[in-house]
Design a protein around this ligand. Structure first.
Ligand SMILES: Cc1cc2nc3c(=O)[nH]c(=O)nc-3n(C[C@H](O)[C@H](O)[C@H](O)COP(=O)(O)OP(=O)(O)OC[C@H]3O[C@@H](n4cnc5c(N)ncnc54)[C@H](O)[C@@H]3O)c2cc1C
Length: 560
C-alpha cells in the first residue's frame, strides 16, 4: 500500500473538492485523487450559474425552490433530498462568496440572480457566464490553503472491498506508470458524469462515468440510469454548450419560418420552460422539417451588443470560435445534445452507498434531487451541498473507526488483469468500439425513445461488450499512456450503457428525459412513480424498483 488516509476523495471537481474541504475541517486526514489536474475538472465548464433562494432579485424562498425542483423532476426526485438541498443552498452560496467567489452583483451590491428554465423566480446566482470556472478556482485555493494531499493525474481503476467495507482505491499513476494503492477508512466517489456515452455532448473527454462503474463493480447499485438529460442549446456542430443564461437574459428560439415555436409547446414559459420540454420541441421541429440544417436558431440580437458583451461574453466567444457566428449580428445554430446524467450511484442524503465506507457526491451520484429532469443551476448547487454533506459524514465515520486493510490479493489481481491487457498484441482498437457506442446511443437512446430501438441498442451493447473482451492497447509505455486509460474508460462506458438500456426498457411511460411518444406517451404515476435500481449480477445488469420519497407535494400535471 502506497499510503493511507482517513478520507479519500476520488475526483477533484466541485463535488470532490467541497467534500475534501469539509472532511478536513471536521478533523480527518484527507486526500484527493484526480485523473486530470483539479482545475481542469469539468465543473470548470459550467457557465450559467448556481441556484439558491437568496431572494435578491425577487421574493423567493427555499420552499418555492423545492417546489420548482420537484415539478421539474417530473415527480421522480426524492422530496426529502430536494428540501435539504434548497434549505442549505443559501448558506452554502454565501460560504462560497466568503471564500472569494466573485459573483456578479446587483446595483446595490448584492449577489445578482438571473432567471433560469422552469424556475418561478430569478434564483440563479452567477459569475457572468463562467460560474464553474470561478467556483473551481475558489475551491482549489481552499484545498491548497489546507495543504491537502492531491494525487494528481492518478487514474482510479478499482475499489478495494474487504470485510464488507470499502477500504481504498487502486490507481494507475499516469505520469510515472504503475499501479498504486491508497488505503482509506472512507472513500468518496466524485467522478462526474458520463456524457461521452454520446457523440453529440457538452461533456469533456474525461466524462466517462468512471465512479458509477467502479461502484457497480463492487455490487453497489445505480439509480435512474435511463435519465440522461439533453440540453436544448448545444452548438452545432461541436456540441459545445451555449448556456441557458442566454434564454435567462431573454434570447429567443426560432425555427426555419422565423417563428418562436415554443408558443406551441410551452405557451407560458416559452424559452424558459424546462430542458426536457424544450429539447423535445426542438427535435420535433427538426424532425418535421422546420429546422435549419438539422438545428434551430438561438437569437440574441435583440438583447443588444452591450448586454451580450457584459453578461454573455463567453457565449459570444464560443459561438465565434466554434461556429463562426457572432451572436451580436446573427442567430446561433443549436440543437439538443447529451448534457447531464440525473442517474448515478444510489446514495442516501449523507452520500452513503450500500457499501459501508463508500460514499458518492455530485454528478456521479443519484441522491436524487433531479429525478427525471434537472433544472439548470441545480447541479452546481448539488455538488456543493451534497459534497459538503458526504465529506462531513465520511469524516465522522472515519474518525470513529480505526483500521484499514488492503489484502495483497486485491493488488495482485489488479496487476495480473492489467498485465494481460497490455500483453495482448492483436485485437480491436478501443476507439472503434467507443465511436460505435456513442453513435448508436445517440440514435437509439436519444431525446425520443422507441421500444424497437432500445432493444436493438441492448443487442449492440452486448455485441460491443463481447468485442471489448478482445480490445488491444498499442501503447505499452508507462508515461501518459492515454491509450491504456481510454481502453479502461471504454470498459466503464459499456457497463453503464447496459444499465441505461435495461432501465429505459423497463420504464414503460414518458417522464422527464425519458420520452416514449410512440408507445407510452404519458406519465404513469400509478405504475412508475418509482426509481429504477440496477446492480451488477455476474457482470450483467439486474433491475429492481424503489419508491420515490414524497414529503409535501403530490404529483400534478406538468405544464409550463
Ligand atoms: C458545459 C457544461 C455547463 C454546465 N453549466 C452548469 C451551470 O451553469 N449550472 C449548473 O448547476 N450545472 C451546470 N452544468 C453541470 C455541472 O457543471 C456538473 O454536473 C458538475 O460541475 C459536475 O461536478 P462534479 O464535481 O460532480 O464532477 P466534475 O467536475 O466532472 O469532476 C470530476 C472529477 O473526477 C475526476 N475523475 C473522473 N474519473 C476519474 C478516475 N477514474 N480517476 C481519478 N479521477 C477521476 C476528474 O479528474 C475530475 O476531477 C454544466 C455542465 C456542462 C457539461
Amino acid at each position: 500500500m502506497e499510503a493511507k488516509h482517513d478520507v479519500l476523495v476520488v475526483g477533484a471537481g466541485c463535488a470532490g473538492m467541497r467534500a475534501a474541504i469539509e472532511a478536513h475541517d471536521a478533523g480527518a486526514d484527507v486526500a484527493l485523487i484526480s485523473k486530470i489536474h483539479p482545475v481542469r475538472s469539468h465543473s470548470g465548464a459550467a457557465e450559467g450559474g448556481i441556484n439558491a433562494a437568496l431572494g435578491n432579485a425577487s421574493e423567493d424562498s427555499p420552499e418555492a425552490h423545492a417546489f420548482d425542483t420537484v415539478k421539474g423532476s417530473d415527480y421522480l426526485g426524492d422530496q426529502d433530498a430536494i428540501e435539504i438541498l434548497c434549505d442549505e443552498a443559501p448558506g452554502d452560496v454565501y460560504q462560497l462568496e466568503h471564500w472569494g467567489a466573485v459573483f456578479s452583483r446587483t446595483d446595490d451590491g448584492r449577489i445578482a440572480q438571473r432567471p433560469f428554465g422552469a424556475a418561478g423566480e430569478p434564483r440563479t446566482a452567477y459569475a457572468a457566464d463562467i460560474t464553474g470556472h470561478v467556483l473551481v478556482q475558489v475551491l482549489y485555493e481552499q484545498v491548497m490553503k489546507r495543504d491537502l494531499t492531491v494525487y494528481e493525474e492518478w487514474f482510479a481503476w478499482r475499489l478495494v472491498e474487504e470485510g464488507g467495507r470499502c477500504q481504498g482505491v487502486i490507481c494507475w499513476d499516469l505520469l510515472n506508470g504503475g499501479l498504486k494503492t491508497i488505503g482509506a477508512k472512507t472513500t468518496i466517489l466524485a467522478t462526474g458524469g458520463a456524457g461521452r456515452l454520446y457523440t453529440g455532448t457538452t461533456n469533456a473527454y474525461s466524462c466517462t462515468g468512471d465512479g458509477m462503474a467502479l461502484a457497480l463493480r463492487v455490487g453497489v447499485p445505480l439509480k435512474d440510469m435511463e435519465m440522461m438529460q439533453f440540453h436544448p442549446t448545444t452548438l452545432a456542430p461541436s456540441g459545445v454548450l451555449i448556456t441557458e443564461g442566454c434564454r435567462g437574459e431573454g434570447a429567443y428560439l426560432l425555427n426555419s419560418d422565423n417563428e418562436r415555436f415554443l408558443k406551441d409547446y410551452a405557451p407560458n414559459a416559452m424559452e424558459l420552460a424546462s430542458r426536457d420540454v424544450i429539447s423535445r420541441a426542438e427535435q420535433t421541429e427538426i424532425d418535421q422539417g422546420r429546422g435549419v440544417e438539422g438545428n434551430v436558431l438561438l437569437d440574441l440580437r435583440h438583447l443588444g451588443a452591450e448586454k451580450i458583451l457584459e453578461r454573455l461574453h463567453g457565449t459570444r466567444e464560443l459561438s465565434m470560435t466554434f461556429a463562426g457566428v457572432d451572436p451580436i449580428d446573427e442567430p446561433i445554430p443549436v440543437r439538443p445534445g447529451a448534457h447531464y446524467h440525473m442517474g448515478g450511484v444510489d446514495t442516501d442524503v449523507w452520500g452513503r452507498t450500500e457499501l459501508e465506507g463508500l460514499y458518492a457526491a455530485g454528478e456521479c451520484a443519484c441522491v436524487s434531487v433531479h429525478g427525471a429532469n434537472r433544472l439548470g443551476g441545480n447541479a452546481l448547487m448539488e455538488t456543493i451541498t451534497y459534497g459538503k454533506r458526504a465529506g462531513a459524514h465520511a469524516a465522522d465515520w472515519a474518525l470513529t473507526h480505526t483500521t484499514v486493510t488492503v489484502p495483497a490479493s486485491a493488488e495482485s489481481d489488479a496487476a495480473r488483469e492489467l498485465k494481460e491487457l497490455l500483453a495482448r498484441r492483436e485485437g480491436e482498437r478501443p476507439w472503434s468500439i467507443r465511436d460505435e457506442l456513442a453513435e448508436t446511443m445517440h440514435v437509439n437512446f436519444g431525446v425520443f425513445r422507441r421500444e424497437d430501438q432500445m432493444l436493438r441498442q441492448g443487442e449492440i451493447v452486448a455485441e460491443l461488450r463481447s468485442r471489448y473482451e478482445n480490445v488491444v492497447v498499442d501503447d505499452k509505455g508507462d508515461v501518459f499512456n492515454t491509450d491504456l486509460t481510454q481502453a479502461l474508460e471504454l470498459g466503464f462506458l459499456l457497463e453503464l450503457a447496459d444499465s441505461m438500456v435495461v432501465s429505459g426498457l423497463a420504464r414503460r411511460e414518458s417522464r422527464g428525459a425519458h420520452a416514449r411518444p410512440y408507445d407510452y406517451p404519458d406519465r404513469d404515476d400509478e405504475n412508475f412513480m418509482k426509481h429504477t435500481i440496477v446492480r451488477s449480477v455476474d457482470g450483467q445488469p439486474a433491475l429492481e424498483w424503489r419508491p420515490v420519497t414524497m414529503t409535501k407535494w403530490q404529483p400534478q400535471e406538468r405544464k409550463y
